[in-house]
Design a protein around this ligand. Structure first.
Ligand code: SF4
Ligand code: SF4
Length: 202
């Protein structure tokens, strides 16, 4: 026991260069003073620099691809979105007066392909990522709307809707009232209306 005490004393009596103020300890003290103290003071004055979430709003990039939103008034019922969706998250169900659009957020992988391929601007990728839910609520997490069939104002037959963004792309340069008149017709009547007369340049 005595030997052990002597050894400890001998070691502690040595003046090690590592323990001198100009050695490692001194360097550490200097580092604390020059790097950490300014940060500490800045944080004390300005508040924490870490994200406030979940106690406050999280920073969300504007271009984040998250929840897909659907606008039934801009849907042409072409069903390209359902074909392109790699996750099979989009389905259409036949209803007596139209087609019901269903997008299962629970299955969506936020690839954004549906919004990219929708020529009619019926689908948009939003940056809303607040989709966490209980397992019991997974079947409620759906974007659902019925897009109704319409009647052609010329022949009276049932037709798919022709949304304004799509018609504006199909007939660039046409006045707004003419586009409105054409979009109320079925494709066959529209074709007959817009076909050039014999001898007229197309
Ligand atoms: S949302 Fe767009 S792609 Fe899907 S059916 Fe409607 S128009 Fe077509
Ligand atoms: S974002 Fe991708 S996975 Fe989600 S519904 Fe659209 S195509 Fe399907």
């Amino acid at each position: 026991m005595f030997r052990g005490v002597r050894r400890v004393r001998r070691r502690s009596s040595k003046v090690s260069p590592r323990r001198s103020p100009s050695g490692k300890r001194g360097f550490r003290r200097k580092a604390v003073m020059s790097f950490f103290l300014p940060v500490l003071l800045r944080n004390l004055l300005k508040g924490p620099s870490t994200e406030a979430f979940p106690f406050g709003e999280a920073i969300t990039p504007k271009k984040l691809r998250a929840r897909i939103s659907f606008d039934p008034d801009s849907c042409a019922l072409c069903r390209v979105c359902a074909r392109i969706c790699p996750a099979g998250a989009i389905q259409f169900e036949k209803k007596p007066d139209g087609l019901e659009f269903n997008l299962w957020h629970n299955a969506c992988v936020f690839c954004g392909l549906c919004a990219l391929y929708c020529e009619s601007e019926g689908l948009h990728s939003t940056n809303d990522w607040h989709l966490s839910h209980l397992q019991s609520e997974k079947y409620d997490l759906v974007e659902r709307a019925t897009v109704k069939f319409q009647k052609c104002t010329k022949c009276g037959k049932q037709k798919m809707p022709a949304p304004l963004p799509l018609m504006a792309k199909l007939y660039p340069g046409l006045p707004a009232d003419e586009i409105e008149r054409l979009r109320a017709m079925c494709p066959q009547c529209r074709k007959a209306e817009t076909a050039p007369a014999e001898g007229e340049p197309s």
